[in-house]
Design a protein around this ligand. Structure first.
Ligand SMILES: Nc1nc2c(ncn2[C@@H]2O[C@H](COP(=O)(O)OP(=O)(O)OP(=O)(O)O)[C@@H](O)[C@H]2O)c(=O)[nH]1
Length: 502
């Protein structure tokens, strides 16, 4: 609720309350005064009628039949009460036929109140006496009281309406300032913030959340959280559980799943996001809603992916490097064991590659390596992988092969494929490769053993005149292979100027 609207509502309630109390304060005293005066006058006229009746009764008793003709005497008797203080009365005597016989001469202003008493002669009613008084003094008195109490009522109205309002205004101002500060904080922070009620209906999005979701607070207000905040698992592409749902169910802070992707509703752009949701509780601990704070980690994720790619790929060819090769082979071995199949490792070394470098230059050598890498990738299944181990050495990891011979088929395809010339900068280059094959688990159950054996088989292939492939077998750890390996290592050391005299 806005402080302004609360203010107005409280003002209206206070105004009504003040009016009711002020009216009560103004009206009750004159009403009480009037009622009391009226009752007093009512009783007084009855008592006066009886007193006057007794006085007139004495005249009737002494002159039973002729009293009705004693008008003067009656008027004198009626006036006598005025001498002892009741001047504001009209006293009238009525005969048997209700005819006016005598009347005191006091003049009264209306409205009048009357009291009557019977006149008896020997127990027989012979007439009536009536006493009237004016109610005007009671009315004037009530009006004066009303005037005085109205002034008091008006003061009460002013006090009731204004004093609490001033305090309330201060409270509302303080609350509004607090809210303003909170709003500014939420608008300024770098994280995206979404708040919902306990039914997961959107209440607020800060500007970052609006940018990332594509919804403004006005558009999203009252909508279901899942409509506005669409998230998926980066790997499975399945909808991810909304952390607000979990946090409301568990009534505790929930961290968002890793690898969460948020899809912006306006343009379907995807953002990698991270963070958490927390319940918003009342002071009694009951849940009022939830707040979710998240931030865009797309750039960080991309940088991480770039670093990861660099760490695990060869910069020249883009192929997986030695580190990734080890991971891939390790997984292939686990899969093969699980599926009771085989995994193959092909170790390739280009033949006489140095000649190309030496004759045409390193740059052409590089281009050739890139083209070789592409051609190698065309020789394998999608589930297999080609890696560059360094220099002109490549490997192929063959996943889940039914029998060792399948590895030979791939090697044969590669040898054939390499036989076709490569065209680089106007040069038609021909190259071949020597391939050594080791098959898991037959040629080794350990990753390093398999690699070592594939390497030995490759040297054996070199020894067999190059441009061929060889399966590993136990004799290959022979001196001939060892000599070839040594020869190669010495050549590399020579090229790299690794020899020195001490
Ligand atoms: N262009 C280029 N050459 C490289 C790169 N890395 C290593 N080399 C060269 O590749 C050559 C590898 O030669 P070796 O495999 O030892 O010998 P080879 O000439 O291929 O002869 P064999 O292997 O015995 O058939 C060396 O001359 C290295 O300097 C590279 O990234 N780019």
């Amino acid at each position: 609720m806005q402080p302004g609207s609360s203010n107005k509502r409280v003002l209206a309630v206070l105004t009504h309350l003040a009016i009711i109390i002020a009216l009560a304060v103004s009206a009750v005293p004159p009403i009480l005064s009037w009622v009391s005066d009226y009752r007093h006058e009512q009783a007084a006229v009855v008592i006066e009628a009886e007193i006057n009746g007794r006085i007139v009764g004495q005249l009737i008793n002494t002159n039973p039949d002729l009293w009705v003709f004693e008008t003067l005497r009656l008027e004198e008797l009626l006036a006598r009460r005025s001498d002892i203080g009741n001047r504001n009365e009209i006293r009238s005597v009525f005969g048997p036929d209700n005819r006016l016989i005598a009347q005191s001469l006091d003049e009264l202003k209306p409205p009048l109140i009357a009291g009557r008493a019977p006149l008896f002669d020997s127990g027989r009613q012979v007439g009536t006496i009536q006493v009237q008084r004016s109610l005007r003094p009671a009315i004037i008195s009530a009006l004066w009281i009303f005037l005085a109490s109205s002034v008091f009522g008006a003061s009460v109205f002013v006090v009731i309406r204004n004093l609490p309002l001033r305090t309330l205004r201060q409270v509302f101002t303080a609350l509004a300032e607090e809210k303003e500060k909170a709003q500014i904080t939420l608008q300024s922070i770098g994280d995206a913030v979404i708040t919902t009620d306990a039914q997961m209906r959107i209440e607020y999005l800060n500007p970052i959340a609006e940018r990332l979701t594509g919804w403004t607070t006005a558009q999203a207000f009252g909508r279901a959280m899942d409509d506005v905040f669409k998230i998926y698992n980066e790997k499975s592409r399945l909808p991810a559980t909304n952390p607000i749902q979990e946090c409301l169910e568990k009534n505790q802070i929930v961290e968002m799943e890793n690898h969460t992707i948020l899809v912006r509703h306006t343009d379907q752009q995807e953002f990698h996001i991270e963070d958490s949701a927390a319940p918003i509780r009342r002071t009694d601990g009951s849940v009022l809603g939830a707040v979710m704070v998240f931030h865009d980690v797309t750039d960080r994720k991309a940088a991480q992916n770039r670093l990861q790619h660099i760490a695990f790929h060869d910069t020249l060819t883009g192929l997986p490097n030695r580190a990734l090769f080890r991971k891939k082979l390790s997984k292939a071995m686990i899969d093969a064991r699980f599926m009771k199949k085989h995994a193959g490792v092909l170790f390739l070394d280009l033949d006489r590659f140095k000649t190309i470098n030496d004759s045409l230059g390193h740059a052409i050598g590089d281009e050739l390596l890139v083209l070789v890498a592409k051609r190698l990738e065309q020789c394998i299944r999608e589930s297999d992988v080609i890696c560059r181990m360094g220099g002109d050495e490549f490997t192929a990891v063959l996943n889940s092969i039914d029998m060792p011979d399948n590895a030979g088929s791939v090697a044969s395809k590669i040898v054939e494929s390499m036989a076709k010339p490569f065209s680089i900068q106007g040069h038609e280059l021909r190259i071949s490769t020597s391939i050594g094959i080791a098959v898991y688990p037959r040629d080794g159950e350990d990753l390093d053993d398999l690699l070592k054996n594939a390497d030995a088989a490759m040297y054996y292939a070199k020894g067999q005149g190059r441009n061929n492939y060889q399966y590993f077998h136990a004799d290959m750890s022979s001196k001939a292979v060892h000599d070839l390996q040594m020869d190669n290592a010495l050549q590399a050391a020579l090229e790299n100027n690794e020899f020195f005299l001490e």
